[in-house]
Design a protein around this ligand. Structure first.
Ligand code: F6P
Length: 255
C-alpha cells in the first residue's frame, strides 16, 4: 500500500474511477503485455477483492482467458470461500482448455477448497441445438445455478485479437473491421462507444442479466488493452476494475 503512494498509483486509481464511472479501480505496477508477473499481481489483487466481498454460500461465476487463468492460480484457501461454489459464466468461446471458463472455475475451487460445477456445451451452437440443449435437465440445473451467481469475474480483450484467437472466419473479421470493433468481453464485441456489434451465441449468463444485484469484477491490463477497457466500461461500468499501470496510463491519456 505504501508502495502505491510512492508510485503515485493511488492518485491514478481515483482519476480512473472518475473517468470510467467504475466504483473501485485497483492498479498494479507494470505492463502485463510485457511481463507475466504483472498478471499474477492482478491475480493477487483480484483474490483479495473477492475475499473481501464474498459471503459464505455464494455462487461465483468466472469467465475464461489467460488473465483469469492467472487469477485462479493466485487463489488460496479461505473459510468463507470454501463454502462457495464456482461455475463458468458462459459456455465455450473457442479457448484452449487451460483458458476455458470450466477449467478456470475448477482451478479456483480446488485452490480454495470449494466446490465447482462444469457446463458441457459445444462452442458454436446452431439455433436448434441451442434451444433443445437448454431444456436438458443437467444443463438446466447448472444454468439455474449460474443465474443465481452474485459475483462475476471476467476478462476483457481486444476485439480483433480475440476474434483471431477464436479462429474466426474472414467475413466475421471484416464485419469487425467495418463496424470498428475494439473490445470483446463475455462473448460480446463492442465498438469504441460501447455499443454491442456482435454477440456470440452460447448458453450461460447474458450481458443484460448483469443487474445491480451482481457484483462484477473485471480484470484486464496491458497497454494494448486500454481502448478495449474504455469501450467495455462505456457499455456497463463494472463494480471493480483490476488493471495495471500501463493500461491505466493509456486510459487516462486517451481522448
Ligand atoms: O474468451 C474468454 C475471455 O474472457 C474473453 O471474453 C476476453 O476478451 C478474453 O478471454 C481475455 O483474455 P486474456 O485475459 O487472455 O487477454
Amino acid at each position: 500500500e505504501m508502495m502505491k503512494e510512492i508510485l503515485g498509483l493511488r492518485a491514478l486509481e481515483t482519476e480512473l474511477e472518475q473517468k470510467l464511472g467504475v466504483t473501485k479501480v485497483v492498479i498494479v505496477p507494470g505492463n502485463s503485455d510485457e511481463e507475466d508477473w504483472v498478471k499474477q499481481e492482478m491475480g493477487q489483487a483480484c483474490v483479495r477483492e473477492l475475499k473481501s466481498i464474498i459471503i459464505p454460500s455464494s455462487v461465483v461465476a468466472v469467465m475464461g482467458g489467460t488473465t483469469l487463468a492467472a487469477v485462479a492460480q493466485m487463489m488460496t484457501p479461505d473459510p468463507k470461500v470454501s463454502q462457495s461454489i464456482f461455475v463458468p459464466a458462459r459456455g465455450g468461446l473457442g479457448e484452449r482448455v487451460e483458458n476455458q471458463a470450466n477449467t478456470i472455475s475448477a482451478e479456483f475451487a480446488d485452490r480454495a477448497g470449494a466446490e465447482y460445477r462444469l457446463m458441457h456445451v459445444p462452442d458454436q451452437l446452431s439455433e436448434e441445438a441451442y434451444s433443445s440443449l437448454v431444456l436438458e435437465p443437467s444443463v438446466k440445473e447448472i444454468l439455474d445455478l449460474i443465474k443465481t451467481s452474485r459475483i462475476l469475474l471476467h476478462g476483457i480483450g481486444d476485439a480483433t485479437r480475440m476474434a483471431a484467437r477464436r479462429s474466426s472466419e474472414e467475413p466475421f473479421m471484416n464485419k469487425l473491421k467495418r463496424e470498428h470493433a475494439v473490445a470483446e468481453a463475455f462473448g460480446y464485441y463492442f465498438n469504441q462507444t460501447g455499443e454491442i456489434i456482435h454477440k456470440q451465441r452460447t448458453i450461460g449468463l447474458q450481458l443484460d442479466e448483469l443487474d445491480a444485484g451482481k457484483h462484477v469484477i473485471s480484470v484486464a491490463g496491458g497497454a494494448s488493452k486500454a481502448n478495449a477497457i474504455a469501450a467495455y466500461m462505456k457499455h456497463r461500468p463494472s463494480d471493480v476494475l483490476i488493471t495495471d499501470e500501463a493500461a491505466a496510463k493509456g486510459l487516462l491519456h486517451n481522448e
